[in-house]
Design a protein around this ligand. Sequence first.
Ligand code: HEM
Length: 293
Amino acid sequence: MNRSSLVLYVFFLLLCSIAAAAGMALCQNQFLFSPGHESITAAFSQFKGTIVGDWNHYGRLFIEWQPALFRAIFFWTIIGLPLVFLIHFIAIGPKDFSHERGEVFYFSSFTRLVHWVAAIFFSLLVLTGLAVVFGKTFGGGSLIRSLRYVHVVSALVFTVDAAVLFLIWVRDMFPAPYDVKWLLILGGYLSKAKRPVPAGRFNAGQKAWFWLSTIGGGFMAWTGYQMFSFGVEAEALRLAAIIHNFLGAALVGFFIIHLYMSLFAIKGSLRSMITGFKPREEVEIMHSRYKIH
Ligand code: HEM
């Protein structure tokens, strides 16, 4: 990819994000400057009141779940999963493929650029999202409020970028019959043996991550938008908050899995997202149904 297409892509992301930010600001301003909300603090109190509501329907669910259940789910996701992977790393360890039989070109430079933009802004979303969930533990206040804005801006960029990522990869991500077998043997990751694994260009786990991060990411943007803009009635707002929390936890979990798989489960696999190439041996074994061109 040449420099001008890179600049064009960044410009495109910027434009879309500014447009989305303007839309959001408009919605929020409508709320903030409606009668009875002189300050941001007053608006936030109203927001909290709207979410907690009168103990009916989703309001009741939300207030029961918010302090204990959501925090527990997030806590065990960020502690439990890395522990499981640590055990896997110690007991089984990474697979190691030789580069001697050549390499296969897997990811174009445009794909890599779009992927890394997603990686940066999604990482920001996870970190700032967790900071908001555990806000009290970090002392709350203006730091957490600022991080919430970083969360919103990152969401804008990620949503646009994830839509591009979706278009690039979608045709390789539809389920295939052999994906069931891949799931049953957990992708062959329970042993170090180099036996061919049933997977096409992408395996069942990668496909699941793709759909969750793009379509799930879209739902996160939509529910997040409702929470930020106050553009819907109270019941819908509560439901949005519940979905945002549960889906958010699933996304954080899959993100941790993705990090382990792409950084530790196969030696040097990060390189493929930097150079675009994978060792031929790795493709033949881990993606045995993929026809190498
Ligand atoms: C810092 C964070 C991230 C790192 C280090 C990372 C790394 C990688 C690597 C090395 C690969 C190639 C794996 C292979 O085929 O062997 C990959 C693929 C991929 N990444 Fe990421 N990634 C990150 C974040 C993300 C995010 C946020 C998304 C969501 C939009 C994402 C979506 C994908 C998808 C769909 C693939 C192709 C299928 C797969 O390998 O899972 N990645 N990533």
